[in-house]
Ligand binder design. Structure first.
Ligand code: G1P
Length: 301
């Protein structure tokens, strides 16, 4: 079995849920404290042993390529000011044994189409990861690393899943799993993209981490448009169920939907509270703000 060494980052979406911030900048470059979402996803991939970072970009996404490129002027400036630590950090965002590959998705025809743009660099017998950077994921062990470990045991594709309220199933790919299986891993029996609440087979949603069988690239080439007229990754995954098989994995950790403003606020608050340098100060600020809000509410009563 080949190890998972390549990860695809589909970053060509228009980010309409986050306007006006995303009018001219990609949503993946929105920063939580001081780091863009895409860098969180790249760090998670590197931790999992990924060496080939494959970005599927669209128009207005140049800043992503710039972010992962060298910046000699900035490097020289930082070093001249004695800020060698920051210069070294920036230089190692992409370690020297790793490489970045870019594909342009000319038209936003769906997530399945975006993933298929990277087909030229994925071999048929080669498993690969897909990370959706607007899902910011944290865990005691990085989520993709947890999934790679599962894949090493089974050789099957792995989808990260979590339970969501019934009212939200229409925003996700929803899986029906083998009820007999207990614990964090279960076999997927069916999967449907964004079903209505009453037709959904469960409330177990696929979130933005996948380890997929290389053969899915062939399936994506012939995948007809599905939900919303888009070429859906979900529909091609369904075609793997009866072949090599798929596992749903309940990961150990949190996921923040940073494609939505409220999810982004939650992620920012959680990261601010956990920040080694600013955490204690942020906690004091939040307490003071809450006390002041409560005081105002009491006065108004
Ligand atoms: C995509 C997938 C969906 C998945 C979701 C996770 O949807 O199509 O199956 O559940 O990501 O975030 P999107 O959010 O791009 O509409």
């Amino acid at each position: 079995m080949r190890p998972v060494r390549k990860a695809i980052f589909p970053v060509a979406g228009l980010g309409t849920r986050f306007l006006p911030a995303t009018k001219a900048q990609p949503k993946e470059m929105l920063t939580v404290i001081d780091k863009p979402l895409i860098q969180f996803a790249v760090e998670e991939a590197l931790d999992a042993g990924i060496t080939h970072l494959i970005f599927v970009i669209g128009r207005t996404k140049r800043s992503i390529a710039d972010h992962f490129d060298g910046n000699p002027e900035l490097d020289a400036l930082l070093r001249s000011k004695g800020k060698d630590d920051m210069a070294d950090y920036l230089r190692n965002i992409v370690p020297s044994h790793c490489c970045c590959i870019y594909f342009r998705q000319a038209e936003a025809l769906g997530l399945g189409h975006a993933v298929a743009c990277a087909a030229p660099v994925i071999e048929e017998d080669e498993p690969f990861a897909v990370l959706l950077a607007d899902d910011l994921m944290n865990g005691p062990v990085p989520i993709l690393t947890q999934m790679v470990r599962q894949h090493e045991n089974t050789g099957r594709s792995v989808l990260a899943v979590q339970e969501v309220p019934r009212s939200e199933v229409s925003s996700y790919g929803i899986v029906d799993t083998d009820m007999a299986s207990e614990g964090s891993l279960s076999r997927v029996r069916a999967m449907v993209e964004k079903p209505s609440a009453d037709s959904a087979p469960s409330n177990l949603a696929v979130v933005g981490r996948y380890i997929l069988d290389g053969r899915i690239m062939q399936m994506l080439k012939t995948q007809a448009p599905g939900k919303g007229g888009e070429i859906q990754l979900t529909d091609a995954i369904v075609r793997l169920i009866d072949g090599p098989g798929i596992d749903a994995y309940r990961f150990d950790g949190q996921r923040y939907d940073c494609g939505s403003k409220i999810g982004f606020i939650e992620a920012t608050m959680a990261h601010a509270l956990a920040h080694p340098e600013f955490g204690p100060e942020v906690r004091r600020m939040m307490k003071a703000m809450m006390a002041s809000e409560e005081g105002k509410a009491e006065l108004a009563d």
